[in-house]
Write a protein that binds this ligand. Structure first.
Ligand code: FAD
Length: 557
């Protein structure tokens, strides 16, 4: 059997090497347009920043190493330009001299990845994406030539845009970040994105939100608000789209989400052709719809799935959760599943939990506070998503939640997970357990909460807002209109409350919960402001310049 793989990086090379481990007799040809295979594209930004010092360490394999270990026939600098499904051949053009010939296959694996969504015309300013070794070579050469005082404009505040920004700053480059939307990292809900914006600003990045580039000329970037930014370089990071042109031209089915349509064994509409990685659609774990998730883990996993299927092992793909993480100036931002904004837009009834736990026991030195958000199906208690922003320990919590989602645990069941604990690693009630306790209280009706973006409407309708923090905390900053009734005094002073629905809040939600339990047992109609003052402040600051109606505003069912 002869298997031809188009694309020799994450998905393609995972498929090729797995196939070899399963089938020593197959002829496996990998065709790669670029000069390198199996390179560490996720490491590219860190080479620009100098954290990865050795360029060669980005090159994980060579055609020679893959030939000797896996007996793969790897051909670099060769581009597949056409697939002929009738004759089961592909047309291959040598990039360096344009010579074209045809290559036959029994099975074809498409792993062509994604292409940049839109690349700005340069007009006197070099514009680069940050996707290949050639890109980083060009970027570092421009920055070296510009020397001290180098300037760069990064277009797009997604994962790669933020990694580019961090590494340019590490290199001493003056960076302007241009983001079309109102905030960086658009999959984050507004209150979770606030620390990201703060981190950028604190590190001297000139952040331009709600802005698009209208023109580029003579070392200047013009924005649609009329401002002009002088620069030596533009890094285009405004997103990618699946590279489907070979598949489309060959008449393979491309789905509504814009990627190559595949079944659970990564088979396309032609049973002799498989497709994996950024070029293909995935099944969304929350609503089972076709979706695009361009992440390395899925590309590798699906490469293996395709190889297994070709070798006769029927191990179907599991739906994609969209688990992702990015670091920015010491801040860790992680997410899985759907955001609140997406749930609201889809009209899906949900509950929301915000907590602000410590990375480990507060009494042990070095604990860092994180902001954690859990999205829960209002009917089934299923976990629909999570976002976590903070320092230490964010990565482990998001992975625990992603694992719980993959295993079908409910939000309440998070409270019952037995997680490793010693003071330097966590708490006896871990951050994940705590989120589970809050979820459990909401599910059983032991607690009711209200979101930061629902507060203004509730108080306008007559609810009384009670701040149960200490007078000192209240004096440092409070929600307008709040009454200060500290938790320890509330038993004695509950009689002062008017006969109206009560919303209690503290700094992060925990004392508010105790107050809400007390007052509800005294007969009051009480809700706790979810995530407390801290979440309210982050959300309010994050949306203060946004037009009315753009902030999520539905209540859970
Ligand atoms: C800078 C950067 C940082 C990233 N960081 C992360 C991260 O931290 N975590 C994460 O999960 N993901 C990250 N990603 C995304 C991850 O790299 C991709 O999801 C993954 O590489 C996709 O694998 P793939 O095999 O589909 O495509 P790719 O790895 O992009 O490989 C596709 C290959 O196909 C070749 N090709 C295309 N067309 C042809 C053709 N016609 N003929 C021959 N060859 C062809 C291309 O040259 C390319 O080398 C990052 C990506 C970038 C660019």
């Amino acid at each position: 059997m002869k298997i031809v793989v188009i694309g020799g990086v994450a998905g393609g090379m995972s498929a090729a090497t797995r196939l070899r481990r399963l089938d020593e007799s197959a002829e496996i040809v990998v065709i790669e347009r670029g000069p390198y295979v199996s390179f560490a594209n996720c490491g590219l930004p860190y080479y620009v920043g100098g954290l990865i010092e050795n360029r060669d360490s980005l090159l994980l394999q060579t055609p020679q190493s893959l030939a000797s270990r896996f007996r793969l026939d790897v051909r670099v600098n060769q581009e597949v330009t056409q697939i002929d499904r009738e004759s089961k051949t592909v047309q291959v053009t040598r990039v360096l001299d344009g010579v074209t010939r045809s290559e036959s296959y029994d099975i074809l694996i498409l792993a062509a990845g994604a292409t940049a969504r839109g690349v700005l015309p340069g007009h006197g300013v070099p514009v680069h994406t940050l996707r290949t070794i050639d890109d980083v070579d060009a970027i570092t050469a421009i920055l070296d030539a510009a020397g001290t005082g180098a300037r760069a404009v990064v277009v797009g505040a997604g994962f790669i845009g933020l990694e580019a920004v961090e590494n340019l700053v590490a290199r001493g480059v003056a960076v302007t970040l241009v983001q079309r939307g109102p905030r960086p990292l658009s999959p984050l809900d507004p209150e979770m994105a606030r620390p990201v914006l703060d981190a950028l600003v604190d590190h001297g990045v000139d952040v331009r939100v709600n802005a698009t580039v209208s023109d580029v000329r003579e070392n200047q970037v013009h924005l649609d608000d009329g401002s002009i930014i002088a620069t030596d370089l533009i890094i285009e990071a405004s997103g990618v789209r699946p590279d489907t042109h070979l598949a489309r031209n060959a008449g393979l089915t491309v789905g509504a989400a814009g990627g190559i349509a595949v079944d659970e064994f990564q088979r396309t509409s032609d049973p002799s052709i498989y497709a994996v990685g950024d070029a293909v659609e995935k099944v969304d774990a929350i609503d089972a719809a076709a979706t695009l998730v361009t992440m390395a883990g899925l590309a590798n996993r699906h490469g293996r799935t395709a190889a297994d299927a070709i070798a006769g092992i029927a191990e179907p793909s599991v739906p994609a959760l969209g688990t992702a993480i990015v670091g920015l100036f010491g801040l860790t931002v992680a997410m899985v599943g759907w955001s609140e904004t997406r749930l609201v837009n889809a009209g899906r009834p949900h509950r929301v939990v915000h907590t602000h736990p410590s990375s480990h026991a507060g009494y042990y030195p070095g604990a860092e506070q994180m902001s954690m958000k859990l999205l829960i199906d209002a009917k089934t208690d299923a976990i629909l998503g999570s976002q976590i922003v903070g320092g230490a320990g964010v990565d482990k919590r998001i992975d625990v939640i992603a694992t719980a989602m993959a295993g079908g645990l409910t939000a309440s069941q998070l409270s019952r997970l037995e997680l490793a604990y010693a003071p330097q690693y966590g708490s006896a009630k871990d951050a994940v357990n705590m989120a589970g306790y809050v979820a459990d209280n909401l599910a059983t009706g032991a607690a009711r909460n209200i979101q930061w973006h629902e507060l203004a409407d509730a108080t306008a309708a007559g609810a009384v807002l009670v701040d149960v923090r200490s007078p000192e905390e209240f004096a440092r900053g409070a929600i307008p209109g709040a009454l200060n009734l500290p938790l320890d005094a509330i038993r004695d002073r509950a009689g002062e409350l008017p006969d109206a629905p009560v919303i209690v809040h503290c700094q992060v939600g925990q004392r508010g919960h105790t107050a809400s339990r007390l007052l509800s047992q005294l007969g009051h109609d009480v809700r706790n402001l979810d995530g407390g003052y801290r979440t309210w402040l982050a959300g309010t600051l994050s949306t203060e310049h946004e037009p009315a109606g753009t902030v999520p505003s539905i209540s859970p069912a």
